[in-house]
Design a protein around this ligand. Structure first.
Ligand SMILES: Cc1ncc(CN)c(N)n1
Length: 230
């Protein structure tokens, strides 16, 4: 079993929680509250901005052209392709994409970004990959699961979102990232292995909490927020 196969196995509990989360199920059923989608897009636009910057740090820590090419290609993918699932959500709620950009981060998104940034700044390339990998991997599995469970037609409101994440390009991103990480782990010390495992699990847990954050409209506590349900 490869290192990343073992990671997947050890974190199956969190993957299953993600696949059965009401936001994710709602995408499959074609019914998600508008407010949850709006909250998700506001946070995810900033999350993906941070993700590209972390790819940039990973690129700076690359040791060969294969790795440089990978991170370069993936920044382009987020910039030019991953806007499509966001636009699908915006069309569904009838809100202009630009209106949902540049908003402050809710606690979970803030934590997730800082968690990845910590490993990017403090760790080696293996540790960065461990923190980044749950992002494409959990979405690939969500896309596949929703296709299998709901078999959406092209009239389904979230057909573009579901098919985007179930597509070959996200499969390739995940497979190539697994291969890079497995290669890196061939020479990792036991302490480095533990750090990667910890970074990966926390990112899986934060993926789950990110759905929860959007679904429950999570906000920082303040005088108004703790005294009202608005
Ligand atoms: C939080 C989060 N995780 C993963 C993805 C898929 N790249 C995303 N758009 N947002």
């Amino acid at each position: 079993m490869t290192f990343t196969d073992q990671l997947r196995k050890d974190n199956d509990d969190i993957f299953q929680f993600i696949l059965s989360h009401p936001f994710v199920e709602g995408i499959g059923k074609g019914e998600v509250p508008n407010k949850a989608i709006e909250h998700y897009i506001k946070a995810d636009f900033e999350y993906l901005n941070a993700f590209m910057k972390i790819y940039g740090i990973a690129l700076a820590k690359s040791t060969n052209r294969k790795e440089i090419a990978y991170f370069h290609k993936k920044i382009d993918f987020i910039l030019n392709d991953e806007i499509h699932p966001h636009r699908n959500f915006c069309d569904y709620i009838g809100v202009n994409y630009e209106e949902l950009q540049g908003h402050p981060l809710p606690p979970t998104a803030d934590h997730y970004i800082k968690h990845m940034m910590y490993h990017a700044q403090m760790g080696n390339l293996g540790e960065i990959l461990g923190a980044l990998l749950p992002c494409p991997w959990t979405y690939l599995e969500i896309g596949r699961e929703l296709i299998q469970k709901y078999n959406p037609s092209n009239t389904h409101p979230f057909y573009p979102w579901i098919t985007f994440y179930a597509d070959k390009s996200v499969e390739n991103t995940t497979r190539e990232m697994c291969e890079l990480l497995d290669k890196y782990m061939d020479h990792a010390s036991p302490v480095e292995q533990l750090n990667v495992k910890d970074a990966f699990r926390k990112s899986c847990q934060l993926e789950l909490q990110f759905w929860e954050m959007a679904y429950n409209y999570e906000q920082w506590p303040s005088k108004e927020k703790v005294t009202s349900n608005e």
